[in-house]
Ligand binder design. Structure first.
Ligand code: PLP
Length: 407
């Protein structure tokens, strides 16, 4: 196992991070020191933000301040931020809430590479009578705006497209799509769960934008939907009218404060070109390690998130490779974390036209703000060694079986 320096910027995760090279930030990120402190402080701020008394108002002030900090990350006015129980819930509120407000009528356009949260919402809407069109990506992992335009109809209510794909990192042309959607009089939702804290969101012209705290250094189980003032959704959770009637339930103040602190810590990085350059240097460095191997294919073409690399190593099972790397102290995934453990090839790669064998031979490396060049070298060297080892085994196994059969 690789032992590393415990001097990390993340807090509470230091012990674990000192043991591992963590390159699975697309699945989740370590809690930042700022977020951990904010969660701890808010746990002691026990008043109910809906109470009139001083303790309730202290909690209300903390909630309002957090809303302003999250609004600064996602763009939009403070009262356009609806706190949710994570990215999946934000997406559900955007898609199902929009159609519920229209009694389930109309047409939804989305893409074949959305996260399961988006695709399963589309499937549920279809079961309830909404017409749904699913647009396939191009082989490089991007959705062509012309295909979205071709799928739209006179009764299209909503188009939902992710900002960057969680498996391949491919950045989608959401600005161009939003423009054509608005020109046709429809609404636009962007799943920005993978880009929040990494790419600026304030210029997104979409009517709805979903984010999730645990992807940018905040706690799990808390997220937000940026919901334009002109658009009304039917709440998924009915009750006491919190979040201006858009999401009932006493607010998760520790979670929301943690998300806001992570957002405030991420904002300066967005404006710092050195941070972006660092991420591109890491990407190039990791790919350079793989130059010594044959049969390596990076799935997405540009534009991509520097942080996320989806790569197939021919003749190797991605899940086996990930297990070998784990034994060597390197954490990566085969694809989307929520699909881990399933043998069916990734729906994203399949939609891009990648064959089942190549899809199963795929690993996803995803770096974070604290990833160093040393981390990349450890991961790169371990991957090359593991791929060589596994290819030797997969090369000898058929010969062994043949020898056994031949007696
Ligand atoms: N959308 C994308 C693109 C994601 O990557 C994820 C999480 O992996 C989600 C939505 C769901 O977010 P959450 O885990 O907060 O429910």
């Amino acid at each position: 196992m690789t032992t590393r320096s415990p001097a990390r910027s993340e807090c509470g995760a230091d012990d674990q991070l000192s043991e591992f090279v963590y390159l699975d930030h697309a699945a989740t990120t370590p809690l930042t020191a700022e977020a951990a402190a904010a969660v701890g402080d808010a746990l002691r701020l026990f008043g109910n933000p809906s109470s009139r008394h001083t303790l309730g108002q202290a909690a209300r002030d903390a909630l309002d301040e957090a809303r302003a900090q999250v609004a600064a990350l996602v763009g939009g006015a403070d009262d356009e931020v609806v706190f949710t129980g994570g990215g999946s819930e934000a997406i559900n509120l955007a898609l199902r809430g929009t159609f519920a407000a229209r009694r389930g009528t109309g047409h939804l356009v989305t893409t074949a590479i959305e996260h399961a949260a988006g695709l399963e919402c589309a499937a549920a809407l279809r079961r309830n009578g909404v017409d749904v069109s699913i647009v396939a990506p191009e082989p490089g992992g991007h959705v062509d705006p012309a295909r979205i335009a071709a799928a739209m109809r006179a009764d299209t209510v909503l188009v939902s497209v992710m900002h960057a794909n969680n498996e391949t990192g491919a950045i989608q042309p959401v600005d161009e799509i939003t423009e054509l959607v608005h020109a046709a009089g429809a609404l636009m939702h962007v799943d920005a769960v993978q880009t929040a804290g990494k790419l600026p969101l304030d210029a997104l012209g979409a009517d709805m934008v979903s984010v999730s705290a645990h992807k940018f250094g905040g706690p799990k189980g808390v997220g937000a939907l940026r919901l334009a003032a002109h658009h009304r959704v039917e709440p998924l959770i009915c009750g006491g009218g919190q979040e201006a009637g858009r999401r009932a339930g006493t607010e998760n103040l520790p979670g929301v404060r943690g998300m806001a602190a992570a957002a405030a810590a991420a904002l300066p990085r967005l404006r710092d070109p050195r941070h972006r350059e660092h991420q591109w240097r890491l990407r190039t460095r990791l790919l350079r390690h793989f130059d010594v191997l044959d049969g390596v294919r990076v799935h997405a073409t540009n534009p991509v998130m520097a942080e996320t690399i989806s790569v197939a190593f021919d003749h190797v099972r991605g899940d086996t490779l990930a297990d070998v790397l784990d034994l060597n102290g390197v954490c990566v995934s085969t694809g989307s974390a929520c699909h881990a453990g399933r043998d069916d090839p990734s729906h994203v790669l399949t939609a891009m036209g990648v064959g089942a064998d190549q899809a199963r031979a795929t690993l996803r490396f995803s770096a974070g703000p604290a990833t160093t060049e040393d981390d990349i070298d450890v991961a790169g060297r371990a991957t090359v060694a593991a791929v060589r080892q596994l290819r030797r085994v997969s090369g000898t196994a058929p010969r062994l079986q043949e020898a056994i059969r031949a007696g």
